[in-house]
Design a binder for this molecule. Sequence first.
Ligand SMILES: Cc1ncc(COP(=O)(O)O)c(C=O)c1O
Length: 282
Amino acid sequence: MNTPIYFVNDRFVPASEASLPVTDLGIMRGYAVFESIRTYGGKPFRLDEHLVRLEKSADRVGLSLPRSRAQLAEVILDTLARNEFAEATIRVIVTGGESENFFTPTGKPSLIVIATPLRPYPQAYYQQGVKIATAEMERCLPEAKTTAYILGEMALRQARSHDPEIVEVLYVDRHGRVTECIMSNFFAFFDDVLVTPREDILYGVTRQAVLKLAEPLFQVEVRDVLLSELQNASEMFITASVKEIMPVTELDGVAVGKGGYGPNTRTLMDAFREMADRFAKE
Ligand SMILES: Cc1ncc(COP(=O)(O)O)c(C=O)c1O
């Protein structure tokens, strides 16, 4: 296989030569935002939405993007063209850049664009559903996609120490509301009513696509969702760019609904597949 080509600041380099100074604030202080975008038919899905979110994340943490949205899109397409992956995940990372005193940015953020071959989750996850567990945790600046996943790393390790098959962890906040998972958004069906948390979450690109698909099919409620309500949920699923729609069949060791995963989740998964296939062929 050819060496992957990454983009670092102003140039394309082989992956083995891609590096940032160790004093970069992304490393020193975790001062960085990013996007993770997948392709269908080799084309980045909802690229503009991802770039708008990157702008918002950067704005929220006081970082300025080193390039315009149009220029970033160009770099992303160029990165894809230089790497011959059938389908790829693209990561766009913007860090605080180098700092002389290890804290104050010098106003020159670093930009990294990485393309890797898409690594889909096991088919069994979609055929049988997955187990998730809850954890009482709140993300800092939840609407911003920062690289701060320390809480998530810890939550997953903790959950897997009890059950190694746990795939995701659902955060529960101080008010008893479920918000989202470490790397996914969360949805539940109460019979034919689809609900998803409304705030204190990362507004997922996949979540948005699913809400659009669901609107003509189901009653949709975007609102606070309490953990205590979930015992009455008939179906649950999580969403994210690479995961798409992943059915959840067990929460904290308790089967969801009637066990197995339900027909409404299946309907949305089929609609999502159709939309993605259409996009790939456009
Ligand atoms: C905290 C969090 N919530 C939700 C998502 C899902 O977002 P998207 O659908 O845009 O991939 C992610 C994706 O990585 C995430 O990290």
